[in-house]
Design a protein around this ligand. Structure first.
Ligand code: MN
Length: 515
């Protein structure tokens, strides 16, 4: 089963598992996140496209708006099954039926603490309620998932009894939720293999990340025999979130060779879509999809991956497999090989002595605690190589931005392009958007804005705004540039201009090389 090393010989893992995504339900319960109707429909469509087997679209009984969204998602006619959540109440199940969902997901608390302090039912009453509600749901629906809430803190003997009752009443799949994220991988594997041996029904798992173990526990459950995993995009969810879709899927497919049916080359795109809609970005170190997931900074690592990528990457997982890119980044550990390779991309070929000096200056800039962007590198290189300065293609002469609560943000830019003056105005979603659009309107060069980030360097209202932008040229090359100012609009404008000049300069060097 395992692709690389055999860690276990007692694995009950299936050769394929299905993915149940709950970004739109548990993910939306993330404090601070609320998706619009359009965003929820967009996410559902995307998840179905990438091969998610079941989408938990929401909790229809929670509000009229939620019911409307769940039925709208069902009406999209997606390949994925659409599931609605319900408490163990006939009225909740009825709302799901009204939404025409393919599956209802019914939960009831089973741990002593939740049973006594939330629903105030005895163990016997819970058993009876579970059997009754599942039988009721199965009279109307083909697919019914039963969830014993807080399963991992439930007496295991009683838990088995609850699951048997649900399966006898017609549950088509049973979910084992680690509701408060307290189990360990070893215990999870034991628990799931016991349920798999003693209850005749496919098993699904739902893990929370309170101790950072959600992905590990989900994988352990698969080792124990679970055939479906519950995940969310970017690990969104209650408190510390749920098992992350990208991480769980890639670990299962790359390490174990288990097929999840997910088109993994879209994972970065999926993460960015949900980050944009949720307004919650992932840290650079986020596995699989983070900005640094395949980035190399130290000289030793960069040299290694230039020669052969699996020297300092997993190898069984490449950036291409997840829709990412390998990038070399410069910092205080920069090495000659990385710098040479990055300059070659821009058709700059320094001598060995020049290269030494460039590396020295890069380290000096990084040593001052500054991130070294591509724009910084090329400026250093042109300086050291004493290249006749081409002059900047784009030079800003003036910028004016109008914004307020009763005006449409508008920006006017006056700039020279190769010495010739141009003026352009644009409206935008805000002053920064208007300014960036006005600048992009002046240049004819196709520059595709990939990422735009504004950070406040200090904490107060007088904070220095630091803008980093990433652009892609028509040959698919990626460049980054940055600028800082106590005026975020000016910092944004300068960063965009730096990036455009970088693309133009590289284009000129391309041409020189050809001549
Ligand atoms: Mn949950």
């Amino acid at each position: 089963m395992l692709k690389r090393t055999v860690f276990f010989t007692d694995s009950r893992a299936k050769s394929n598992v299905t993915v149940f995504d709950t970004t739109l339900r548990d993910g939306e319960q993330t404090p601070g996140i609320s998706f619009t109707r359009e965003e929820k429909l967009g996410i559902a469509e995307h998840l179905s496209d990438i091969g998610v087997h079941t989408i938990e679209a929401g909790f229809p009984a929670s509000s009229d708006a939620e019911r409307d969204i769940v039925s709208a998602i069902k009406r999209l006619g997606l390949t994925a099954d659409v599931c609605g959540l319900a408490r163990s109440l006939p009225a909740d199940v009825d709302v799901c039926i009204d939404c025409d969902v393919d599956m209802v997901h019914i939960f009831i608390p089973t741990s002593d603490v939740q049973r006594e302090y939330t629903i105030k039912k005895t163990r016997e009453q819970v058993l009876e309620a579970a059997g009754d509600i599942i039988a009721y749901a199965r009279d109307h629906l083909g697919l019914c998932m039963f969830s014993a809430m807080d399963a991992t803190r439930t007496d295991p003997d009683y838990l088995i009894e609850v699951y048997r009752t649900a399966v006898d009443a017609g549950a088509t799949i049973i979910n084992v939720p680690d509701t408060v994220g307290v189990i360990t991988p070893t215990a999870m594997k034991h628990l799931i293999s016991r349920i798999d041996r003693e209850v005749n029904c496919p098993i699904d798992v739902h893990c929370h990340n309170d101790f950072g173990l959600a992905v590990a526990n989900t994988i352990a459950a698969v080792e124990g025999g679970a055939s479906q995993i519950q995940v969310t995009v970017n690990g969104l969810g209650e408190r510390a979130g749920n098992a992350d879709l990208a991480q769980t899927v890639m670990a299962l497919s790359s390490i174990y060779g288990i097929d999840t049916g997910i088109r993994t080359t879209s994972l970065v795109e999926t993460s960015r879509l949900v980050a944009r809609y949720s307004g919650m970005s992932t840290p650079p170190t986020q596995p699989i999809v983070g900005e640094n997931a395949f980035a190399h900074e130290s000289g030793i690592h960069s040299h290694g991956v230039i020669t052969r990528s699996d020297t300092f990457e997993p190898g069984i997982m490449t950036p291409e497999m997840v829709g990412h890119r390998r990038r070399l980044k410069l910092g205080k550990h920069a090495g000659r090989h990385a710098v040479r390779q990055m300059l070659a991309e821009a058709q700059l070929v320094p001598t060995d002595t020049q290269l030494d000096e460039i590396v020295l200056r890069v380290k000096r800039v990084a040593g001052r605690g500054k991130r070294v962007t591509d724009a910084d590198l090329y400026e250093i290189a042109e300086n050291v190589m004493q290249l006749a300065p081409d002059g900047k293609t784009l030079e800003l002469q003036g910028i004016a931005v109008m914004t307020g609560n009763h005006v449409i943000p508008t920006a006017s830019v006056r700039a020279t392009v190769d010495g010739e003056e141009h003026v352009f105005s644009s409206v935008g979603n805000g002053p920064v958007d208007a300014a960036v659009k006005a600048i992009l309107g002046i240049v004819k060069t196709p520059v595709h804005l990939k990422e735009f980030r504004i950070e406040a360097v200090s904490g107060g209202t007088d904070a220095l705004g630091h803008v980093t932008i990433t652009v892609e040229d028509e040959r698919g090359r990626i460049f980054d540039a940055s600028a800082s100012s106590d005026d975020i609009i000016l910092a944004s404008a300068e960063a965009v201009i730096n990036a455009i000049n970088l693309v133009c300069r590289t284009r000129k060097n391309d041409r020189k090389r050809k001549d």
